[in-house]
Design a protein around this ligand. Structure first.
Ligand SMILES: Nc1nc2c(ncn2[C@@H]2O[C@H](COP(=O)(O)OP(=O)(O)OP(=O)(O)O)[C@@H](O)[C@H]2O)c(=O)[nH]1
Ligand SMILES: [Mg+2]
Length: 84
């Protein structure tokens, strides 16, 4: 049975695989760390602490007893790279 996860206009059928690798890219202070914090830990920090390159691992149950693993890499794009 399909297990659909929706974020914004995108939707993914989580029953298709049990391991997902997610790459989050963005300029500094655009909320990358906090959206992961919210998604994995139900937490949100108002203070900005720079994190250039971070790895997270999350494990979820899809509602039908199946475990889904997320490996999430978060990278900050430097302004100099965004301009080129
Ligand atoms: N109001 C509001 N503030 C946010 C939101 N997301 C993040 N912030 C704030 O914006 C600042 C930067 O958030 P981070 O998640 O640390 O940003 P980042 O993209 O990880 O930054 P780097 O680690 O420097 O690359 C923090 O002070 C957060 O509290 C949001 O959705 N709403
Ligand atoms: Mg960060």
């Amino acid at each position: 049975m399909a297990s659909i996860f929706e974020i914004g206009q995108a939707s993914v059928d989580l029953s298709a695989k049990s391991n997902y690798r997610i790459l989050v890219l963005g300029a500094s202070a655009t909320g990358k760390t906090q959206i992961i914090n919210q998604f994995l830990y139900d937490k949100f920090a108002t203070k900005h602490m720079e994190t250039m390159d971070d790895m997270y691992r999350g494990e979820f149950e899809d509602g039908q007893g199946k475990l889904i693993n997320f490996d999430i890499q978060v990278r900050t794009l430097l302004k100099i790279l965004l301009k080129t």
